[in-house]
Design a protein around this ligand. Structure first.
Ligand code: 5GP
Length: 189
């Protein structure tokens, strides 16, 4: 997606350990117009599929997810990183965060992810696929069908796509980073 790639090249910043900072338009300050274009493109790619719910993880996945839910008129559910005291019947799993170098738990109420659901998962980044693994686990626990996963940015050198495709799930990403070596952003295409 050209507008996204141009923006990453112009405003993205590399950090040690293969981390890309896109705080100026995705992760902190957000560009709603770019986010809309991201949502439209992901919707186009999954146009032939049958979905009834958009799923994401808080916090950075919520912006693209709500945009897609709005455009498709579908409900959006985000996995929570803290168990609300009011939630009793829930599904939970643990995810290792490589940016924070620690494991955290995420949960979803059983009310909002069920065997009736055909789900499209959306997130800002695909890195090693740990968040994806957790989401696959939650969908399996719920008996929900995970129709596909969509990412704004995929860091191909961290191989997260393998985790998703080996689970037999379709994976789409709008900008594929081949390398961040020497703090140089190399984007495919
Ligand atoms: P994974 O679970 O695929 O290893 O990593 C994906 C999650 O970690 C995403 O939800 C994202 O928030 C965070 N993440 C991974 N790599 C990066 C990165 O280079 N930059 C930023 N800002 N977040 C990242």
């Amino acid at each position: 997606m050209k507008a996204l790639i141009d923006r990453i090249l112009k405003e993205g910043k590399c950090y040690e350990g293969g981390i890309l900072k896109v705080d100026k338009f995705i992760n902190h300050q957000m560009d709603p117009n770019l986010m809309k274009q991201v949502a439209v493109e992901l919707i186009r790619r999954y146009a032939s599929t049958n979905i009834n719910k958009i799923l994401t993880v808080e916090a950075s996945g919520i912006a693209p997810a709500i945009m897609m839910g709005f455009l498709l008129d579908l409900p959006v559910v985000f996995a929570k990183k803290k168990k609300p005291s009011t939630m009793s019947d829930m599904l939970s799993t643990s995810i290792f965060s490589f940016t924070k170098q620690r494991e955290y738990h995420v949960c979803i109420s059983k009310e909002y992810l069920t065997s009736d659901d055909k789900v499209l998962f959306v997130d800002d980044f695909l890195a090693y696929g740990n968040a994806a693994k957790g989401i696959i686990d939650l969908c399996n626990q719920a008996g929900a069908e995970l129709v596909g996963m969509g990412f704004i940015i995929e860091k191909a050198f961290q191989n997260g796509r393998k985790v998703i495709e080996e689970a037999g799930i379709r994976c789409e990403s709008l900008a594929i980073i081949d390398s961040l070596d020497n703090c140089e952003i190399k984007i495919r295409g």
